[in-house]
Design a protein around this ligand. Sequence first.
Ligand code: ASP
Ligand code: MG
Length: 452
Amino acid sequence: MIVMKFGGSSVADADRIRHVAGIVRSQLERKPVLVLSAMGDTTDYLLEAGNAAFRGGEVSIGPIEKHHFDTASKLNLPEAAKLEIESLLDELRRLLSGISLIRELTPRTKDFLVSFGERLSVRIFAAHLNSLGIKAVGCDAWDVGFISDSNFTSAELVEESRELIRAKITSMIDSGVLPVVTGFIAKDSNGDITTLGRGGSDLSATMIAAACGAQEAQVWKDVDGILTADPRIVERAMPVEMVTYEEASELAYFGAQVLHPRAMQPCISTGTPVLVKNSYNIDAPGTRVVATLNQKAAPVRAITFRKNVTLVDLVSTRMLGQYGFLAELFASFAKHRVSVDVVATSEVSVSLTIDSGQDISALKSDLARIGNIEVKTGKAIITIICNVKRSTEILARAFGICQLVGVPVQMISQGASKVNISFIVDDTEAEEVVQALHQDFFGFALGEKLAV
Ligand code: ASP
Ligand code: MG
């Protein structure tokens, strides 16, 4: 079997749903299980409705209701399906009245609230498949084994889920039914609805694929795959053919918002491939996420960057031959709740980056007790996602490029993650460096030698 996951924009309206049903139909013999997000931006609208109820005591789901009913009508869904939608919307209205009365919107209630998006979309989609003669059943995640901890808005699935999911899903497939499962949501052991974090339906899909030993998990998006760079900055950014699970997770953290950062986790132990495809451009090959790449793969997978970073330099001769110095240093960051991203140290100095825009005056006076501190704002982190085994070659090229464009590198860090080399430059120069690096690492691959 395979798992096919469709994101919000892939199932945004009746036309998209018809189109996606066509994609599903073309792969029926592979025994698909579907995982869906809420239609379009429904999750955001639900959160807005929750806030309106909480702040102003107003209960209004007009646009959400209209959009789901319009879609049901355009798809000519039978009365029974419309009744199911109606009853979910009634429950949603009651929840919002509750929020407006008690003026309380806890993380637990928020998860209950946003769950309606996925619960509505799977019912509409399953009804549409049935009207096409494909026997499908819309399922809430908790009915097919998704049990999580109680960390509302960012829950983790518990280990028992795997076996439960395997048993439930395979028995449905064996009885000739196509399961259409809600992404993003689960229930904790008390029976309360939880969510796996925004964008979490990727994780729902990979979990089902790994649990059931699927041939692959297809994640259908509105882009051609994971790209070599941000296309808004690099015109020639192109889809990466293959990346490893580690590289894909690292990319997710560093800004390429294609896959959920935790989505690869369930597949690591099973080696299940994840295929990122574009539902708007079916013929594009997409990106394949796998356990390992062969030796001949290009050394660099993608180049990302993050602006608005502050560089903190701390120099102290006390550090020489000492122990516990770094512990003391990081304890200060912990105490002031400032999160550190990239770090480099020598015998007498530490450089690290934090996100700009935080008040760090108290932290600064704490650190001043340890050593001489210098804070430089307006920096950017450039990250090369690559095979770090070839770091000598990659660094030589990257530094050559920086020299060529006349941009000084202010700090460098090669993480233990084996897939990431990061360095710091001035904010104003980041885009130019990314463009030049992209041209060097990917430009020639296109057979077009361009002047920097
Ligand atoms: N609907 C949820 C969100 O918008 C989950 C998802 O799309 O994966 O974050
Ligand atoms: Mg979404």
